[in-house]
Design a protein around this ligand. Structure first.
Ligand SMILES: Nc1ncnc2c1ncn2[C@@H]1O[C@H](COP(=O)(O)OP(=O)(O)OP(=O)(O)O)[C@@H](O)[C@H]1O
Ligand SMILES: [Mg+2]
Length: 231
């Protein structure tokens, strides 16, 4: 569905991704795992058109995304929840969600659907985003992405720094997206946080997709995890 084919990506002169490839299907959760600085965030930014490709291509259902300006990518059905969220901090919960709805032309039903996944946001519709707790901000970032009615959602460490109850809520919503046939790319650093929900795992190492395996294969094979994430 979404395919990344042999991309090279650099920040100015410094190359960070090398012939990186991955793919994700509808209704699938692909997890990207790798150490700090491996290139996970850079991979997501590249998909969103935020960084130019030196070589390679990115396709959605066979249609190239390469030459689209970043603001046209969400319109193709690709939503991005960046690391550290990035809300419109002075706008309210409701206004942040409206921005997602406007991007897709979706209506009230979509808003209600997003609020049903995160009931706590409904109690805080008028509250400014910057005054939300960390967990609530993460909920809002995801709710806004869901308001764009994505076919593909890219999540960059959505549970970073959150307590276990919040982590499990976020994880439930990710599974719900999969059940809605959305393709999910989930970046994580902690294998325990994702093993139970991921379908496949791609290990990213030094800007290379070192190995991709079915998540079920990792349950009884801590060796691979140790190899790519080991301390
Ligand atoms: N704006 C930038 N300018 C220059 N180099 C950058 C920039 N952003 C990231 N890099 C470098 O690119 C490499 C990959 O960074 P990236 O953020 O993709 O890693 P990551 O896998 O997401 O790491 P983390 O787990 O810490 O979030 C790192 O060496 C980083 O220093
Ligand atoms: Mg990162």
């Amino acid at each position: 569905m979404l395919t990344v084919n042999n991309i090279d990506v650099a920040y100015d002169q410094v190359q960070v991704l090398y012939q990186l490839s991955l793919s994700v299907e509808r209704g699938e959760i692909l997890c990207l795992l790798g150490r700090n600085g491996a290139g996970k965030t850079t991979t997501l930014k590249s998909i969103m058109g935020l960084l130019p490709l030196r070589t390679g291509s990115i396709e959605l259902d066979g249609e190239s995304l390469n030459n689209l300006a970043p603001h046209h990518i969400p319109g193709k059905g690709v939503a991005y929840v960046p690391q550290g969220r990035r809300l419109f901090s002075e706008l309210s919960v409701q206004q942040n969600m409206e921005i997602g709805l406007m991007a897709s032309g979706a209506g009230k039903e979509t808003r209600e659907y997003a609020l049903s996944l995160f009931p706590r946001l409904r109690e805080r519709l008028k509250q400014r985003a910057e005054t939300l707790s960390g967990g609530e901000q993460q909920m809002l970032a995801m709710a806004r992405a869901i308001c764009t009615r994505p076919q593909v959602i890219l999540l960059d460490e959505p549970t970073e720094g959150l307590q276990p109850s919040m982590t499990s809520l976020i994880r439930d919503v990710i599974v719900e997206m999969k059940q809605q046939n959305v393709a999910v790319i989930l970046v994580e650093q902690h294998v325990d946080a994702v093993l139970s929900i991921a379908d496949r795992v791609s290990f990213i190492e030094h800007g290379v997709d070192a190995e991709t395996v079915y998540a079920s294969k990792l349950h009884n094979n801590k060796g691979l995890v140790q190899k790519y994430l080991g301390v």
